[in-house]
Each structure stands twice: as structure tokens, then as C-alpha cells.
Design a protein. Structure first.
Length: 84
């Protein structure tokens, strides 16, 4: 198994159980997450490029992200509707 470092090619991690949001559209517009073996954290990849680089985060980093999303901390990053 390759070392678990940021940028590990997704093709080297095909054995993982990747999950994407149920809100993801059919055009592959989502990221996918997978638990890495041996407590190495969580991998994040672009669903449009599953063989591309995987970013590796600790459990604490993912927890902070998810809780921040739930709290609305990143809502300002979403596209705003234009006035019609």
C-alpha cells in the first residue's frame, strides 16, 4: 500500500470504499470521501477525476469541516442568485 500523503494518486487507492453526497448530481459534480486504513485519516478526491490526486485529512480536520458546514460557516461561498 502506498504511503498516505497528500497527492497520492487515486488509482493507488481504488480498494477504498468511496462515498459521495446524495446531493451530488449526475454530472459528477461532487467530492468523494473514504476512510483510510490503519487510522490514517480520511481521503478526499474529485469525483470527476477518481484517479487524480487524493487529499488526506485527519479525523479532527474533517470533523471541523463538517460541523462548520452544518453551522453555515461556508454559506457565503455558494453562488448567489442573480436579481432578475
Amino acid at each position: 500500500m502506498p504511503a498516505m500523503v497528500n497527492g497520492t494518486p487515486g488509482g493507488a487507492l481504488t480498494h477504498l470504499a468511496w462515498t459521495k453526497s446524495r446531493r451530488s448530481g449526475p454530472t459528477g459534480n461532487c467530492v468523494e470521501l473514504a476512510r483510510l486504513p490503519q487510522g490514517c485519516g480520511i481521503g478526499v478526491r474529485n469525483s470527476r477525476d477518481p484517479l487524480g490526486p487524493v487529499l488526506i485529512y485527519t479525523d479532527a480536520e474533517i470533523e471541523a469541516l463538517i460541523l462548520g458546514v452544518k453551522d453555515g460557516d461556508f454559506d457565503h461561498l455558494l453562488a448567489q442568485p442573480t436579481a432578475g
